[in-house]
Design a protein around this ligand. Sequence first.
Ligand code: HEM
Ligand SMILES: *[C@@H]1O[C@H](CO)[C@@H](O)[C@H](O)[C@H]1NC(C)=O
Ligand SMILES: *[C@@H]1O[C@H](CO)[C@@H](O)[C@H](O)[C@H]1NC(C)=O
Length: 324
Amino acid sequence: MASTATCFSRPFVLLFIFFFVFVLASLASAQLSPTFYSSSCPLALTTIKTAVTAAVALDRRMGASLLRLHFHDCFVQGCDGSVLLDDTSTFTGEKTALPNNNSLRGFGVVDTIKSLVEVLCPQTVSCADILAVAARDSVVALGGPSWTVQLGRRDSTTASLSAANSDLPSPFSSLSALISSFSNKGLTASEMVALSGAHTIGLARCTLFRNRIYNETNIDSSFATSLQANCPTSGGDDNLAPLDTSTRNIFDNFYYKNLVSQKGLLHSDQELFNGGSADSQVNSYSSNSASFFSDFASAVVKMGSISPLTGSSGEIRTNCRQVN
Ligand code: HEM
Ligand SMILES: *[C@@H]1O[C@H](CO)[C@@H](O)[C@H](O)[C@H]1NC(C)=O
Ligand SMILES: *[C@@H]1O[C@H](CO)[C@@H](O)[C@H](O)[C@H]1NC(C)=O
């Protein structure tokens, strides 16, 4: 009798254990899902895409600025919308951090999108998710790859100026410092190289590449000279130059082609192709845009999963600039 019962129950016990472990695992690993808003706000994704496409049509650089907002959000406290919070007399946000001050843009576009989705579905779509979707739609609008965006992030009620200053990589970093700053966020050296391809779009300020164009030797000399006119040795700190000198408004693999010809704008860019461990990956992306696109898409999805607030943590802000 007892042995019969054991024979029958063993598979059921095993099944039960597997099911239980599965349920626990899915509860424990903060779950994001592509269908998070399918029933709560079915028009959210198309609304965001329409707004991003319109904003990028008016100002191509906006695609770059929105992509960068998602990066600067995710690297500071995780992807929680903390980058969007304004300073007030009683609250210190991240906007005046060294990498962000007079540099981040696109906040008005995020406000417009937030107002639209608040009308459609009040207090449902987080600011952090808006950034993740806007980043994808921006890349697509500029000719880059698409990917499925994981959703369900919630918004922080806090921000960290000090983490924004310490956790975002510097344009003066060495290759090993870049690798460490990404590895601190759970991203590999290879993902760092793929994510850096975001510099195929957008602009940078003279103050951040001046030393490179006057003092560095691993730079194409006519490229350096051509940049000096608009970036004198003193003054013109805020003058802009494209990160990808070849195709500034197109999301393609020319960033890597430039690196191979020593035309990286930032010191940190050229570090990826300077005789070190990233050279072979840069070479490969420079001649194979499909592999760059595919690796970039996977790496952005991974970056987008850095420490999200889920479940009942955090909140859904009604205004991305302030906590509720
Ligand atoms: C690898 C380490 C990185 C460093 C050191 C770095 C540094 C910088 C710097 C210094 C600028 C110019 C800022 C200014 O002129 O005020 C910039 C611009 C930009 N960065 Fe990065 N970045 C890195 C990685 C990334 C990643 C991972 C992304 C996105 C996935 C990204 C997206 C952008 C974009 C799109 C712009 C142009 C923004 C615009 O024109 O508004 N960067 N970055
Ligand atoms: C941020 O930029 C403003 C100028 O727009 C400047 O007055 C302020 O000192 C800067 N803040 C920091 C912390 O660098
Ligand atoms: C070039 O390097 C020297 C020595 O570090 C420095 O003093 C100078 O300011 C640099 N020049 C530019 C234009 O950055």
